[in-house]
Design a protein around this ligand. Structure first.
Ligand SMILES: [Zn+2]
Length: 253
């Protein structure tokens, strides 16, 4: 079985994790941009982006894992002066070096966050680039509502995946044209909840990921979810959609 883990943070993880993921059946992962400490100036974030693009990609490839890259300004990394970052992003999109803009979104819903979020959605719409949108752990439903209203007035929803969706908030996004990201990660969602969502809402609009990061994470959460579905006798076609086919089609990878 092919598998794609659609949202990881390779820069926070060990080589042993990449080896485990590849042996566990994951062929491709998408690494998203997030800097877990305050950013003194634009160069810090640009350097972080270049590290993911150049260094982490090679590190993963050593272990067989094909790393695709999503770059952007995470809401907690919102910087007032961001001209150079946007110039870099535009250039990387034009050079086809990145698969998506991400992860972007809202966290505390400050005016700076909203302005930078909108600016990135405009860039995505203008360049027809896919977008990975983060939804926060705290106050999830209210922030999701705000994200949804901004997204629907800024960009074709078919370019967008709304990530870290769970059973408590899924009704807010299920009837739109978004892809929906399910993150199986300790403290976020377990395998059973992910399978319950798929059982209720079908298989066409979902992507699966581990979001392995500096928070408690399981690099094997995608294969564990797929094997659990196999054991429960889900149709092979449904499993393949969630394991890789939806991601392959959506991200064109
Ligand atoms: Zn993430």
């Amino acid at each position: 079985m092919n598998m794609i883990d659609t949202h990881i943070h390779a820069d926070t993880r060990s080589s042993e994790d990449f080896e485990k993921m590849f042996v566990g059946g994951i062929d491709t992962a998408i690494s998203c941009c997030y800097y877990p400490y305050k950013i003194a100036n634009e160069s810090v974030l640009i350097n972080h982006m270049m590290r993911i693009l150049n260094f982490e990609k090679k590190r993963c490839e050593k272990y067989g894992l094909n790393l695709k890259i999503a770059l952007g300004i995470h809401p907690t990394n919102s910087l007032k002066s961001n001209k150079k970052i946007f110039k870099t992003l535009k250039q990387l999109i034009d050079e086809k070096k990145i698969t998506a803009i991400g992860e972007i979104g809202l966290e505390e819903v400050t005016n700076d966050e909203i302005a930078i979020f909108k600016k990135q959605l405009d860039l995505a719409e203008e360049t027809k680039t896919k977008v990975i949108i983060h939804t926060p752990r705290n106050n999830k439903l209210n922030v999701l509502k705000k994200i949804k209203s901004i997204v629907l007035e800024s960009i074709n929803p078919k370019l967008v995946v709304i990530d870290h969706i769970n059973q408590r908030v899924i009704e807010e996004v299920i009837d739109e044209n978004f892809m929906i990201g399910l993150t199986v990660q300790p403290q976020k969602m377990d395998v059973e909840e992910a399978i319950a969502i798929l059982t209720s809402y079908g298989f066409d609009n979902f992507l699966l990921n581990s979001d392995i990061s500096n928070k408690p994470s399981d690099p094997l959460s995608v294969p564990k979810t797929m094997r659990a579905m196999q054991k429960l006798d889900f149709k092979k076609k449904s499993i393949n959609k969630i394991a890789f086919a939806n991601a392959e089609k959506f991200f064109n990878i």
